[in-house]
Every structure is written in C-alpha cells, then in structure tokens.
Write a protein that binds this ligand. Structure first.
Ligand code: ATP
Length: 310
C-alpha cells in the first residue's frame, strides 16, 4: 500500500480567462474545482495507475468535508485527522499569458491535533510500504516536521518520498528521505544559488545524495528531468507536446516514480514512467490527472541517457 501525506490540503479553484487585468471585473466561463494540494494530486494519479492509496493529513470545516467527499468519489482511503480550523482554498487564474495564483496560508494546527496525527501516522507505517509527503507545512507545526516523519518511516524500513520547498525541504533532508523531487527553482533555492548550469546542478545533486538522500529527482518542465543517486546520473529527454495545464505535473511525476519503483522496474524505466506521468498531466486540462494509455505512448518516446563524466 502507498500512503500520501497532505498536511496543508486545499480546494484548488481555477478560472480560465482570455485576459486578466488588475482592477477590472472578469466573468469566468470555465471553472475547475479540485481536491488539491500536492499530496491529493499524487494520490489521484496513483489511483489512476491502479494503486491502493491511503491519504492522511489535516482536514477541517466545510472545505474539509468537500475534500472528504471527493476522496470517496476517487476511491481513496480517508485517514485524515479532523481539525478545528477551516481547510484552505487556493485560486489560480489562467490566461494565455500565464498563471496568477492566490494561495491561502491554511489553518493552524494545535498541539493535540499534531499528536493525534502522529498516532495515525505510526499506525499507517505498519501497513504502507511507501510514504509520499508533499506540500507546504501548516502553521503550528515545527519546520523540522518532515524530518520527524522521515525518521519514523526509516525506522520502520519504509520508503519516504518528499516533495516540498524552502525551509521544509532544507530541514526535511536531514531525515535522509529516500527521494526528494525539487523543480529547478526549488533546487536553486535549496543550494542557495540564483542560477546554475546543468553540470553544476548534477554535482550539487550528487553531493546531496552522498549525504544520505537516496535519489534526487530534479524536474525541469518541458526540458525533462534528471534522476541522481550517489553513484549514477540519468537524464531524460522528452518529446515536445502540446501542454494544456502543467500544474500538478511534478505531483504526477512523483506518482509515476512511486508506481514504477514499487513494481521494481529498472531505474531507466522508473525515470521514464515519472516523466511520462508528468507529461500526461501537462497534456490534460485537469490538475493531477493522467491518462494511463497516453503514459504508455509517451514512455516509448522518452530517451534516457546515463551521464558518466561530470
Ligand atoms: P508542479 O509543482 O505544478 O507539480 P513542478 O514544477 O514540480 O510542477 P515540472 O518540472 O513542471 O514540475 O514538471 C514535472 C515533469 O512533468 C517534467 O519533468 C516533465 O516530464 C513533465 N512536464 C511538465 N511540463 C511539461 C511540458 N510543458 N511539456 C512536456 N512535459 C512537461
């Protein structure tokens, strides 16, 4: 079984508009509302790939109830902790020129809610082989919370995969997760650089792996991805596709990695699955959604090369 951790889920509302102008009234012809936050995107894609998924984290208020209903619709097991605060909503405004996002901070997590979560988390660790933790930390939890989760998962011999950014990621890697999945921007922030070339990125990534992270999956949008361990670097070159909505591609990629790794595919195949799931999400209008048949087609078009001399 695979468990996903969404500490700060949200209802993601997306308006598609021809143009967006500050100070003007806009009428949205197309509205999309999904149970979101990165962890729930991962969960949906894993389920589309046929995996049994158990979801945990914090849910509260009417927004929390709405998300719980959507979990049921998607046949995802609900192991969320009910909380006093209201689960957040996040807004994305999509135009031809790009995307504008307004992200709520989310509810405060009390000490009692934190304690209850850790009890459920420990019971999930008895059953799940993979723990996929994604997204930002809500207020009330310490910045090293992901490190704590990684430590506990490792003690139980579970694979702990982490997709977060900023201080949560910097502290989380102290728990030596099995995998981290930064995009280019998150990676640059992690190593404290504003911009670096690909070769340098590989060197830094390998340094991180030498310090205990087993795999670093560096996603680079339409430029593909790198999969780095302390002894190997694989680079995936992906074909050009018509991207409809790339939001959630990183989450879909993480789901693809977890699925393929759990099937014990070769590392090259695992990277292809990861990229193909990211691509299929990008090709779809929906956020955190793939088409398994399309994924198979994309896999045949992705080239993976081993980088041997840095
Ligand atoms: P998010 O945070 O929205 O989940 P991300 O920034 O973490 O996304 P990306 O690097 O944008 O993740 O994308 C992950 C993977 O999805 C890429 O490595 C690639 O395989 C695929 N992908 C994303 N965007 C595109 C695109 N425009 N065309 C083709 N493939 C894409």
């Amino acid at each position: 079984m695979i468990a996903t951790v969404s500490l700060n889920p949200s209802i993601d509302v997306r308006y598609s508009l021809p143009v967006f102008q500050i100070g003007q009234i806009h009428r949205a012809a197309s509205i999309d509302k999904t149970a979101g936050g990165k962890g729930l995107n991962v969960s949906r894609v894993l389920s589309q790939l046929g995996m049994k998924v158990s979801c945990t984290g914090f849910l509260g208020g009417k927004n929390g109830e709405w998300i719980a209903d959507r979990l049921q619709d998607s046949m995802l097991e609900n192991r969320f902790i009910p909380i006093k605060g209201e689960t957040r909503s996040c807004l994305a405004i999509l135009t031809e020129d790009g995307q504008t996002e307004i992200l709520e901070q989310g509810p405060y997590i009390s000490e009692d809610e934190r304690k209850l979560f850790l009890e459920i988390y420990d019971s999930i660790l008895e059953e799940a082989d993979y723990i996929v933790a994604s997204g930002s930390l809500p207020t009330g939890l310490e910045q090293s919370f992901y490190q704590l989760l990684a430590d506990r998962a490792k003690q139980k011999g579970r694979y702990f995969l982490l997709d977060t950014s900023g201080i949560g990621l910097a502290q989380g890697i102290q728990g030596k997760p099995f995998l981290i999945k930064p995009n280019k921007e998150e990676f640059c922030k992690l190593i404290g650089k504003s911009h670096i070339e690909l070769d340098e990125m590989m060197e830094y990534a390998q340094e991180i792996c030498k310090n205990g992270v087993e795999y670093l999956l560096l996603s680079m949008g339409k430029e593909g991805a790198l999969l780095v361990s302390k002894s190997r670097i694989l680079k995936a070159d992906i074909p050009v596709i018509k991207a409809m909505n790339p939001v959630g591609s990183g989450d879909s990629m993480l789901a693809g990695f977890t699925f393929a790794h759990s099937k014990e595919y070769s590392l090259e195949e695992v990277l292809k699955w990861a990229c193909a799931c990211g691509m299929s999400n990008a090709a779809s209008e929906k956020t955190g959604s793939i088409n398994p048949l399309e994924v198979q087609q994309f896999i045949n078009l992705i080239k993976v090369v081993e980088i041997t001399n840095l």
